[in-house]
Structures are given as C-alpha cells and as structure tokens.
Ligand binder design. Sequence first.
Ligand code: KIV
Ligand code: ZN
Length: 513
Amino acid sequence: MRKIDIFDTTLRDGEQSAGINLNTAEKIEIARQLERFGATIIESGFPAASPGDFDAVQRIANTVKNSIVTGLARSVEKDISTAWEALKGGEQPHVHIFLATSPIHMEHKLMKTPDQVVEIAVESVKYARKYFPLVQWSAEDASRSDPEFLAHIIRKVIAAGATTINLPDTVGYATPEEYGAMFRYIQENVVGIENVKLSAHCHNDLGMATANTLAAIENGATQVEGTINGIGERAGNVALEEIAVALHIRNKIYQTETGIQLKEIKRTSQLVSQLTGSLIQPNKAVVGKNAFAHESGIHQDGMLKNPLTYEIITPELIGDASTELVLGKHSGRHAFKDRAVKMGFELTDEKLNKAFAEFKKLADSKKEIVEDDLFVLLTDQQINEKEVAVYELESVQVHYGSVNIPTATVSATHPNGELVTEAATGAGSVEAIFNTLERVVAGEAHILDYRVTSIGKGRDALGEAVVNMTYNGEVVTGRDVAQDVLEATAKAYLNAVNRQLVKEGQKTKTAVV
Ligand code: KIV
Ligand code: ZN
C-alpha cells in the first residue's frame, strides 16, 4: 500500500470562495473536525492577509495536534515571517509558498522574466527554511507551464530546501491524461524528486478535478490537496471525500492508503456546509442527500434482491446515521450530555445548559429528534463566541393571506441592549421580513441571494435559511435554523449582520502583522 497524504485546504482555498466568510470560532471547529477526519495537513488560512486570518491560523496551530497545520504565503519575506509567527506553536511547523510559473502569469501578472521568477522562488524557499522544517513550494498554474521550465525551477527549489513540490491545475484546464503526464515528466526529469513529496492540487472548472487528482496519484503523486464538499474559488477544488472514497472502493486499482476516517465524512461535510452556508447539491457524489436514494422501480427491486446490484457505497461507510432516532421529549440532561459527548462535542457546562434548553424547546414541537438535529444544535452552541455585542431576534410575526398584503413585525435587541420593534409590508412573507429587518438594523443592507432547505428528512424537519447580502458595503453570508422557515430566515439575516459586526470589531483590534 502506497501512503497518500491528504492536504485539506477547506479553510484557505475553500474559504476564498464567493460569499463564504467564517469567523475564528467556526474555523477552529472545522479544523478540529478535519483532525478527526484524518487530514495529514490542514491549510488553516493565509496569515498575512489580515489580523483576523493571523489569529485564526495561530489558534488552529496551537489547538490541532494530530494533523500538520500550514498557512499560505506569497514569495515575499514579510508573508513568510508572518506565517512563522502564526505557525511556530504547531507540532510540525509547515509553510506553503507559491509562485506562478506559466508564461501568461509570469508575463502579465508578475511582470517578471522566467529567470527572475526562478530567483524569487529560490530566495523565498531559502528564507522559509531558516524558520520552517517543512516547506511546500507550489508552481501556480503548473499545468499551463512549459514542462522544461517547470523541471528547471523545481530542481532549483529542491536544492534550496523545499520538502514538498505542488503542481496545481490552478484554472481547472488540464485533462486527466495531460495532468498525469506532467507528474510523469517531472519524475523522469528532476533528479532528487523522490526525496520530496509530490502534490496534486486540482480545480474543477471543467468538472475533471476528481479524475485529474486520481490521474496524478496513478502517476506518482504522494499528496493530494482539496476541500470538503469541493468548495473553492469558481467551480471549486477537488472534493476530498470523493477522493478518499474512490481510493477505498477501488483499492485494488489504486493500492493506496490515506489514513482518512471514512466514518467522519458525513459529519465533516455537514459541518462545512452548515458553517459556510454553502448547500450541497442533492446529487453530489458521496455526500449529496440523494447519493444513496434508489428511486426507480427496477433499481428498488434489484436492491431488495441484492443491495450489491446498485449500491457500491453504503451510508454506513461514510458515517451517515442521520435518520437514527436519538433522543425524545422526555430525555433528561444526563442522556443529552451523554449523547453530545458520544458525538464528539466538548462543551462547557454553560454551553451545554444552553444547548439542552434549545433541545427541550425543539422537542416540544418536533416529535423525533435525530442526529442531524442534535448536530446542528450542538454546533451552534460550540461556536457561539460572542466577541462583540450583536443583534438578537426576540420575536417575528407574519400576517399572510393570498388576498392580503403580507406584513411582518419583528422585535430584536440591538447591540446596545435596546429592544426595538418594527413592522413593514412586502410582496410576500419573506420580503416583508427583510423590509422589516432593514428598519431594525442600523447599517445599510441589500439582499443578494436567499435559500431555504431542510435539515434531514420528513415533514417536521428543521428549516435552514441562508442569506447572502451586503451589510455596510461588505458581502456577508448568514445562516440559521428553526422549525419554521420564516423564523430561520429572520435569524439568518441577523446572523449575516452580526458576522459583519464581529468582523468590524476584529478589525479595530490591534493589528499583529
Ligand atoms: O490553485 C492554486 O494554484 C492555488 C495555489 C495557491 C496553490 O491555490
Ligand atoms: Zn487552488
């Protein structure tokens, strides 16, 4: 079995996608779950990007023990030394430096000659090695680079001390045959490549990220990079859960071992979706709601006769126990705590008490509380770190009738503690809520996008709302859940506003970089 290291970049390349903005508590929660998932390396952010990023990377490096924590840096000394300050508390400090190597990027973006690019790459790796024992060097846009130049610069950065070489398909342009050939070429033409890790990093613009990553593995890659649920810039990065399951199910072909805990896939995917507000398409491979649903009569008949006729992956393999009834209305605090601990939550007594109170409220209106419900409820408490005063929804009421003008009334507590009540109309219930909330909050808000979905299955499933908006000129996404989708909508709106307030509060803290 060949060992393939899994490099997760959900918190860096994934967080870079439009509309995603995680706060530090949420990033730490995701990092802890990625550690349980078994990621070899967690790319926790870009420390030099902002004080908020620096803080998150530092806290993750100091928290995570069983995965290597890395951070991104441009090929400049300031980025690398800032990365060191953020990452030096980690178990094995690791930095990820990148520089573009394709003609189009060198000429039009960097405005440097190939010789200058080689020099910058070598100097940055040498500088990084003064601090870091592990230095990954990425040739940005490798798949559109001249192979001879690529081999030349890789020889130089290995001599300068790079311990991993990454060959990204930055714009998702390569075909599996081309991407695999690049890995072969580099191994055949770079002496010493066998002494460093060789990494694949694929984007999904042409829908080929999974095939390209597997082609890289077949052609000698020893590390693969990607994100949970495939989130990322544009069409996203390769979905790591797809790679992990493909390598497992088709093990006879690939003969590799990743160290990924497949049973943590469902939970990791759910957490990332919940905290980023990026919904998973129902037919998404491995983690989509319908990934295990057999609809047609012929398929159902086959499944009854022998599940192997149509099922190559089982929900159990990825830890999907979401429909299991876990607790009911009469469950006590002890049983609740027990379940929370079994699910891997470590909540303080105060947070546990709050979560239990929420659970009791939910159990009054929802007959069956399944693992999905508990997961959402416990996660919300876990990440509930009120760093600055925020808006809190007290009540929302909507009058709707097909012949009346929909009217909403909302009461909310302002960050200054004042309770404000406003009312407004709209073309529909949701617009009436948005119009009312616009009067409630102090800043300027514009809705960009809005979605509702259900958590789990069944008529009494929790409703989840995601609101993408601008607040005070910044794009921000909020989400929340409630038994009623209109309440979830109002909460999601305020969640977005609160995120922006927290961000603004963080900016006013003393800059560390
Ligand atoms: O896609 C890419 O090229 C990247 C680099 C920063 C590695 O994300
Ligand atoms: Zn990328």
